[in-house]
Design a protein around this ligand. Structure first.
Ligand SMILES: C[S@@+](CC[C@H](N)C(=O)[O-])C[C@H]1O[C@@H](n2cnc3c(N)ncnc32)[C@H](O)[C@@H]1O
Length: 299
C-alpha cells in the first residue's frame, strides 16, 4: 500500500506525493470525477517537472497519464481537463484539439468544451510582425475545460444529491465562463488555477459524497474546493514542496472554517442566529457535515 503524504478521515482527503504516470495506488473504476490542469509544456519552472519537452514527447506524456485516469474512473465517471486552447511559445500548436483527439483515442467520450475567459490580456507581449501581414500572431486569451466521460454520461452511481443552486446551474451550463485567474505570488505556486474553476466543475458534474481526483494537485486547489462541498478528495502531486504547500492550504482552510463556525452559545444574538442559519443551510444540502458534528460536540 502506498502511504499518502497527507491524509484526513473527516473530511475525507488523501494527497499522494507521486508520479501520476506510474501511480498504481488508485483502485480501478473508483473515481467519480477528475478535475485537473496538467503542465502545459510552456516552460513553467516547476520543481520536479521539465515543462519544456518536444511536442511529441508532451503528447506521449499526456497519453500515459490520461490512460491511468481512464482506468481510475467509474463507468459513469467524468473528466474535466483544463488546458490552453493553443500554444505559441516554442511553435504554434493546437493543444486543446490534440488533447481532445488523444483522449478519444484512449477511449474517453466527448461531452462539451467550456471556454474559460480569464480576462487576462496583460500577458500579451508577442505580436509577431507588428502592423504587418507578413507573420502576425493571433492569441486568444482563453483556456478550455474539456468535459469528457468514460462510458455513459448519465450518472447512476453516488448519492444522487446535487448541491447546485438554480442560478449557478443556469449560469454554468452556458459554456462561456468568465472569472479571473489566480495569483501565483499569493498562492506560492507557478501555475495555480482559481478555486472557482474546480468549484464549478464539482458542483455541476458530481454528487455530494462523490470521489474527486486531481492527478496534478499542485497547491491543492481542487482538494479544497472538494472539501468545501463535501466531496471525498484525492490528489497526486510529484513535487514534495507543492505537497507541503497543498497540506498547509488545506489546514488553513479547515482552521478558518472551524473558526467561522464555532457556535457562540451566549452574547451576540444576531451572530448566533446567523450561525444557526448557516448550519441549517449546510444541513439542508448535506454539505460540510463534520461542522454540524463539531457543534453537536460542544453543545
Ligand atoms: C498546472 S499545475 C496544477 C496547479 C493546480 N491546479 C493548482 O491550483 O495549484 C501542474 C502540477 O503538476 C505537477 N506535476 C507535473 N508532472 C507531474 C507528474 N508526472 N505527476 C504528478 N504531478 C505532476 C507539477 O509539479 C504542478 O504542481
Amino acid at each position: 500500500m502506498y502511504t499518502p503524504y497527507y491524509e484526513l478521515q473527516e473530511p475525507e482527503c488523501r494527497l499522494y506525493q507521486a508520479d501520476t504516470v506510474s501511480a498504481d495506488f488508485i483502485p480501478e473504476g473508483s473515481v467519480d470525477l477528475i478535475v485537473t490542469s496538467p503542465p502545459y509544456n510552456v516552460q513553467v519552472e516547476y520543481g520536479a517537472h521539465e515543462d519544456d519537452m518536444s511536442y511529441d514527447a508532451y503528447l506521449e506524456f499526456c497519453e500515459r497519464w490520461m490512460r491511468n485516469c481512464f482506468r481510475w474512473l467509474k463507468r459513469d465517471g467524468r473528466f474535466c481537463l483544463n488546458v490552453p486552447l493553443d500554444k505559441n511559445r516554442g511553435g504554434q500548436q493546437s493543444v486543446g484539439a490534440d488533447l481532445t483527439t488523444l483522449a478519444k483515442r484512449i477511449g474517453f467520450r466527448y461531452h462539451a468544451t467550456i471556454i474559460w475567459n480569464e480576462g487576462n490580456i496583460s500577458r500579451r507581449t508577442a505580436w509577431g510582425s507588428w502592423l504587418s501581414a507578413s507573420a502576425p500572431y493571433v492569441i486568444a486569451p482563453v483556456e478550455l475545460i474539456i468535459v469528457l466521460y468514460k462510458e455513459q454520461w448519465k450518472k447512476c452511481s453516488g448519492s444522487g444529491q446535487s448541491d447546485i443552486t438554480s442560478e449557478e446551474f443556469i449560469e454554468w451550463t452556458n459554456g462561456l465562463w468568465t472569472f479571473n485567474g489566480e495569483s501565483k505570488k499569493k498562492i506560492g505556486h507557478p501555475a495555480p488555477f482559481p478555486i472557482e474553476l474546480p468549484k464549478r466543475c464539482i458542483k455541476l458534474f458530481s454528487f455530494v459524497g462523490d470521489i474527486v481526483l486531481d492527478p496534478f494537485a499542485g497547491s491543492g486547489t481542487t482538494l479544497i474546493a472538494g472539501m468545501m462541498y463535501n466531496r471525498r478528495v484525492i490528489g497526486i502531486e510529484i513535487d514534495p514542496n507543492y505537497c507541503e504547500l497543498a497540506k498547509q492550504r488545506i489546514e488553513t482552510y479547515l482552521n478558518q472554517r472551524q473558526y467561522a463556525l464555532d457556535m457562540p452559545t451566549e452574547g451576540d444574538e444576531t451572530l448566533t442566529a446567523f450561525c444557526e442559519e448557516v448550519l441549517s443551510v449546510y444541513e439542508k444540502y448535506g454539505i460540510n457535515s463534520h461542522i454540524k458534528w463539531e457543534r453537536d460536540k460542544s453543545s
